[in-house]
Ligand binder design. Sequence first.
Ligand code: NIG
Ligand code: FE
Length: 385
Amino acid sequence: MKTLVSNIGSLTRTGLNQGEVWTENDAAFVFEDGVISWVGPRHEAPEADSHIDAMGKTCIPGFVDSHAHLVFAGSREGDFAGRMSGADYQPAGIHSTVSATREATDDQLRENVQNLVNEFKRSGITEFEIKSGYGLSVESEIKSIEIASEFTSQVTFLGAHVTPKGVLPEHYLQTVIDEMIPRATSAKWIDVFCDQGAFDVDQARRVLLAGIEHGLKPRLHGNQIANIGAVELACELDAASIDHCTYLNEADIKALASSNTVATLLPGVEFSTNSPYPDASKLIEAGVKVALATDCNPGTSFTSSMPFCIALAVREMNFTVEQALWAATRGGALALREENLGAIEVGKRADFVFLDAPNFIHLAYRPGVDLILKTYRAGELIYER
Ligand code: NIG
Ligand code: FE
């Protein structure tokens, strides 16, 4: 069955190159079986069986959130308030979320994920990744990825988030490698927090290689707290993405520019941890592919709003609005190595959003204002305001 989407005030297109964004007036598109089969001027539109009226609104591609930690219980607003009065972010704060997560029932965890996924839909996100990493025991980590897989196919095993309390790091890493990874069959990705206060480069390499041996694909947390060499490791292993990148040096930027590894920036983290924002313009000028993601988690970035991240990226990280929109759509798709996402183009999944605004610039121009009217995934309405 063919569906025609028309009466679009401003159709926002995203091209292959970083920041390549343009708008078309009087454009329309058709999708069939959840995939876009035609895009062009309204008056040339082919016959269709049904019709979606965009009500003259702006239409953008659905956001692709390539980095989120949704399986957890409890919250850490006290840590946030402390940081706002001068305290530093401490990875050790993760342990309080681990305790709450271990105590929660499966249904409580599931309900928490569902609530956050609903927020994602309200924020225009049509594809998202979910990581484990708040269980830190064999049973709790495997349960976390199984629950995550009920909501997305982009599941990441992050057993090596930090070492749980009362266990020696080497002993824990061996448990991750020998007992968790072989059972992480619901995951697609393997991730490690490779940073000061978490795991070093050699430890991260061991975990990622063990994951790769079991068919998982690598991605990495790094350069959030300090630069301990995570970028080099990510490029060495052809990781899909290195996430955070708060502290990069020139060599990192060069290495990323000549790799297939995306630099995923997480402005919600700098916002919530009172850290300096990285300068995206340096990366983009050097030819690095850059994505934006929410990093939705209770410790460092408890936001599910991609428009908020876009506004921060534009205001604080030297993104143009076009570059930020691209990073949250095409960039996210690249960071998940999913070629069929992130654009309103023939062959892509029909993921699109109607904005209550005359153009996409309003995403940054009207920070904190809910502009998402409707969200469609594979041609199906998944959220309506
Ligand atoms: O991506 N940096 C490591 N992990 C998470 C936050 C963990 C936490 O503090 O709960 C992140 O920011
Ligand atoms: Fe994270």
